[in-house]
Design a protein. Structure first.
Length: 311
């Protein structure tokens, strides 16, 4: 998505001001402004003196390098032009899934008799002892949370560079000044607002509102419209039985956490005092609406904003 910088420093979808390249004598300002366009030569413009506006400047735009000012003019400032805001690629990455398990245990095939406990992933719970040499465990996995992260918005960039070339007056035209607009000045002729606050309405003779900026910051943009979510999350895993209640050593056996009663057998089964749940998960991240690309939300912010009005 390509936009321009709006008059208030926001991004807009208006096109950039095109090159004008006027020929012949031109007048800006009203008849009552006291200007005398006849005092200017061919291919010159008579520009009124507008309080709180500076210029005029010739605005040159180049695709890469800073454009050189024509006729030995000095650049007053440079800025970016043609703002490009990349769309978000809805690549939702890897899921973050957390599970727990409701674990029941007993000394027979019903897995009942020694109690139940809710264990988080990797958590060890204390088991009441069994005494007949058999241990049954039923672990019912529970989905606790499943999230995916929306991608991070790419930084916006300027597609081209603009130079503001300060014109030198070629003489007076009543209450205004004459400035060249001939073939050597095939570019926009603009005034820049220098008053306090946002620019007022463009002065007479400079109807085209244009805003350029020196820097752009995309930290306020986001790709939340991708609506990334975990598709078909699932929990399973294993329950392991240990002799010590803290599950630190002496593994006796392991059973699948599949909601069925699973036997754990071994010579030390009567001594089991700890059960640990180790989760395993399934699921993939994707856009809930099947989106491939979306425009980012929010607006970039700009620094070094130049509010212009151009011929």
């Amino acid at each position: 998505m390509t936009t321009d910088v709006g008059a208030d420093g926001s991004s807009t979808s208006d096109g950039t001001t095109g090159s004008t390249g006027s020929t012949g004598t031109t007048t800006t300002g009203s008849a009552e402004s006291g200007v005398d366009p006849e005092a200017c030569g061919d291919e010159e413009v008579c520009v009124s003196d507008f309080p709180e506006w500076e210029g005029p400047f010739v605005i040159l735009v180049g695709p890469n390098a800073i454009p050189a000012c024509p006729g030995g003019l000095a650049p007053a400032w440079t800025a970016g032009a043609g703002l490009s805001i990349p769309d978000c690629d809805c690549d939702c990455g890897e899921p973050d899934i957390s599970c727990s398990a409701a674990v029941e245990s007993g000394s027979d095939a019903t897995c009942m008799g020694t109690g139940s406990v809710l264990l988080a992933d990797g958590e060890c719970g204390t088991l009441m002892g069994v005494s007949d040499g058999t241990l049954g465990v039923r672990a019912i996995p529970v989905l606790v949370d499943a999230t995916c992260s929306n991608p991070v918005a790419s930084e916006p960039t300027f597609e081209s560079v603009a130079s503001a070339c300060a014109l030198e007056s070629a003489g007076d035209c009543g209450s205004g000044s004459c400035f060249p607009t001939g073939p050597a000045m095939q570019a926009d002729l603009c005034l820049e607002w220098r008053g306090e606050g946002d620019a007022r309405a463009c002065p007479p003779g400079f109807p085209q509102d244009r805003t350029l900026a020196e820097t752009v910051d995309g930290s306020q943009l986001d790709c939340d419209s991708c609506d990334c979510a975990v598709l078909e999350p699932a929990c399973f895993g294993t329950v392991s039985a240990f002799v010590p209640p803290d599950c630190s050593s002496e593994l006796v056996g392991t059973a699948a956490a599949n909601a069925s009663c699973e036997p754990i057998e071994g010579p030390s089964v009567d001594n089991v005092a700890g059960l640990r749940y180790d989760a395993a998960t399934e699921g993939t991240c994707g856009s809930a609406g099947g989106k491939k690309q979306v425009a980012p939300n929010g607006n970039p912010t700009f620094g070094g904003v130049h509010q212009l009005c151009c011929l």
